[in-house]
Structure formats: C-alpha cells, structure tokens
Design a protein around this ligand. Structure first.
Ligand code: CTP
Length: 413
C-alpha cells in the first residue's frame, strides 16, 4: 500500500497488444497498493485477455462497449471522466495512440479520453517497427505536447521475434509512473535532489566484506517522493534489496569511499541532499588482494575511519542548498540526533529507532522524530516509510522557499 494510491480511482484501459495478459498482474498490483481500478477492454484488448480475468482481479465489471445493454451506471462515461484520478492505458497499442492523438472517439475508451481532464499515462507495447514508425512517433510527440505521460516501452525480445523497443515496460515502472502522475504536488519541479541510499560493503579480500543490514527501503521511499513532487533525482546507492524507481538516475557503488566520491562529483548541482545511506563508518585498512586462506589462528583486522559524507556536505553547502540526514539510534533518540544535526551542520535530521521488529533496517515502518535547528522535535510516532518521506519533504519545503534560491539547473545554465 502506498499513500499516493489510497482510494484513487484509476481507469485501466487495456488495448490490443499481446502484452494485454500482463494487465491482470498490473490491475492486481494497483489494487493491492490501495487504488480502485476500473477496467476497460477495447475490442482489440478483448482479443488478448478475457473480461472474466480482469473482473476477477479488480472485483469490478469490465467496461466493454459504449452502449452496454447492462446499463451499469459506471458506463456513464462522462461521470467516470469527471471522477477518475488517472487514466492508465496499459498496454497502449499503436492504434489507441493514433486515435487519442487525433481525437477519434469511436468507442468507450477513446470517447472518455476526450471527456476527461484527469492525467493520462500510456504504457506502449507493440512491434518495434510499429513503435519506431514516424506516424507512431509523431502521435506520441503530439500526445506529450498536450500533457499526456508515457512510461516505456522497454527493450528486448518481442513476441513477434524482433529485438528492440516495444515491450510493455515492467509492472513496477508502470506503478511508479502512475504514482507520479497521480501526484498534484509539483513543488520540486526544476529541483535536483541527490540521495544516498543502501549499505556499504567494505572489502576484506576479493570475496568477503564487512557490511550492514540496510535494505534501502527508506532511500527508495525518498527517491519516489522526490519524483512525485517533480524533482530530477540522482541516487548514489550501495548494495540494497529494495528496487529503485526507474525514473531516477542511479549511481551504483560498494564502499563508503566510492559513495563519497560520487556524491562530491554531484553535490554542487543539487538543491537538496539527503543522506539516507547506512554509510560504513570504518573500512579495512589493508584488504587482502588474494582470497585469504583458512588458518587456525586468530585473525585480526585493523579498521580505519571513513569520511563522514553528510558532515562533509553540511560544511560544503552553499546558502540555499539543503542537507538532510538520518540518525539511526537504539536509545536517547532525540539527544543523539540533536548532536548530529549540529555537528554535521544539517538543515534537518530524521531520528529513527533501529533494532526493533517494526522500526529500522528492512521494516516498512520507522519510529521517527524530525529535528530542525532551533525548533522543537516533531514526533512522528510509528510511521510508514512512504509517509515519513513525505513528512521530510514537507518539513524542508519552507526552507527551500525561504532560501528563494534559483533551482540548481537554472543557476548552472
Ligand atoms: N553518514 C555519512 N557518512 C558516514 C556516516 C554517516 O554520510 N561516514 C550519514 C548517514 O547517512 C546519516 C547520518 O550521517 O544521514 C548519521 O548516520 P548514523 O549512522 O546515524 O551516525 P554516525 O554519524 O555514523 O554516528 P554513530 O554511528 O556514532 O551513531
């Protein structure tokens, strides 16, 4: 469940593509995430997937025809056009793109697309040559110029035997794009957000490392929320389990030193820096170049400290640039976090409890407090990581506007 999907009505238009069978999985994931899915099958879509399957996963009757004898009130297309939060056309065939681009209204979906002012997101899926055809590309450009959004297509082996663009992009990428399309908050449009996420692996020898339990879930939630608010997002990530949103630029690293270098190279171009990684405080002084052989004697490693990336950026930031950190604590949460906030010269720190079953590494929730210089700590209680990410951006919003600074993109241009 993501708060951005909660109770949002999504019209899922399934059109004539072999990928239509994947729409059942998509509908099911949308429903699981909290959305209310209204399935619509075009004539072409119905050739590839059965209405019963879509009805089964969504729990709602499938809209098939403009003049349905069943007289279901949901078929009142103007009412649906008005109340839907999003039209998601997945898979979107070359035909639906052409019809939508030219305002043709010859079935329920195309007619309702003309009537709605809700955001429209297309996930194209078709043969590579059809996708690359100038007519299709021109239709896509026309739809984009009117504000329609696109996700994908992916590249790879297509059902028709060709290799190239045309595959329906993965379900998680469609879900993320739908989340962004549903968001009405564009407060970070034109802003660049740089985020560290995940764990670090500090090598002992070519096959062993010292690591930590970070799953990258908090980093993922922050990346997604920044994208939802319209930011351009770069994430420097160490090893992690949680998949990162497709729309972010991802820089993969292993060690804290690599993470530091990657952040330094990108820091000046960002407006907001958020240090969500569980950075390794130490590294092995002299990692072995060959795999260490087992011995029956004691093996002592000498660890030397790594640089504190958040503190280095806190010192380096220019006026108007915002730096946010986390304080992972097992006790005295607020006191330790106050100390880190001041010592690392941050604009906000999120203290969170680690080591319990509902808060910390790998969990979907945190017990958290938000601290800003000179203000009382804001206690968030036990909170979902997605909600916490939203609270963090809400808390820094006044600082961003108070800084009155031009976004980094404009300044660097
Ligand atoms: N951090 C960092 N570089 C480090 C250590 C931490 O950028 N070498 C960042 C983390 O990403 C986090 C914040 O600093 O935003 C605090 O991390 P935390 O592990 O809670 O604290 P430490 O500074 O490592 O202090 P301690 O381990 O003593 O609690």
């Amino acid at each position: 469940m993501h708060p951005g999907f909660r109770d949002q009505e999504i019209v899922l238009g399934v059109t004539g593509s072999i990928a239509a069978y994947k729409a059942c999985e998509l509908a099911s994931r949308l429903k699981e995430a909290g959305a209310k899915v209204l399935p619509v099958l075009t004539r072409g879509g119905a050739e590839f997937v059965g209405a019963a399957a879509l009805e089964g996963v969504t729990g709602r009757p499938v809209i098939r025809h403009m003049f349905d004898p069943a007289q279901n009130p949901e078929i009142e297309h103007i009412a649906v056009a008005r109340r839907a939060a999003l039209f998601l056309i997945a898979p979107a065939s070359a035909n639906i793109l052409a019809k939508a681009a030219h305002g043709i209204a010859d079935d329920w979906l195309t007619t309702t697309l003309l009537a709605t002012r809700a955001p429209v997101l297309f996930a194209p899926a078709m043969n590579t040559q059809m996708y690359l055809h100038p007519a299709t590309q021109a239709n896509i450009a026309l739809l984009q110029s009117r504000g329609a959004r696109f996700v994908g297509p992916g590249e790879g082996n297509l059902a028709c035997g060709e290799v190239g663009p045309g595959r329906l992009i993965d379900t998680p990428a469609i879900l993320e794009a739908a989340l962004c399309a549903l968001s009405t908050d564009r407060s970070l449009a034109g802003r660049r957000v740089l985020i560290t996420s995940g764990a670090n692996h500090e090598p002992i020898d070519p096959v062993r490392f010292i690591g930590n339990r970070s799953s990258g879930k908090m980093g993922r939630a922050i990346v997604l929320e920044a994208l939802r608010r319209g930011a351009e997002v770069t994430v420097v990530t160490g090893p992690h389990e949680a998949p990162l949103p497709h729309a972010a630029q991802v820089v993969r690293v292993d060690t804290a030193a690599q993470m530091h270098e990657a952040v330094e190279a990108r820091f000046d171009a960002c407006d907001i820096f958020i240090a969500a990684a569980a950075v390794a405080d130490y590294r092995v002084e002299s990692p072995e170049t060959d795999k260490r052989k087992r011995q029956d004697s004691v093996y002592t490693l000498t660890l030397v400290p790594n640089a504190d990336i958040a503190a280095a950026m806190g010192v380096r930031k220019r006026p108007g640039q915002i730096a946010v950190g986390f304080a992972a604590e097992t006790r005295d949460f607020v006191a330790h976090a106050q100390d880190k906030l001041a010592r690392k010269k941050l604009d906000l720190i999120c203290a969170n409890e680690v080591g319990t079953t509902d808060s910390g590494f790998g969990t979907d929730t945190h017990r958290a407090w938000l601290l800003t210089p000179g203000a009382e700590p804001l206690e968030c209680g036990l909170i979902g990581k997605d909600d916490l990410a939203a609270r963090i951006f809400d808390a820094i919003a006044p600082r961003l506007s108070a800084a009155g600074d031009a976004p980094a993109q404009t300044r660097l241009a």
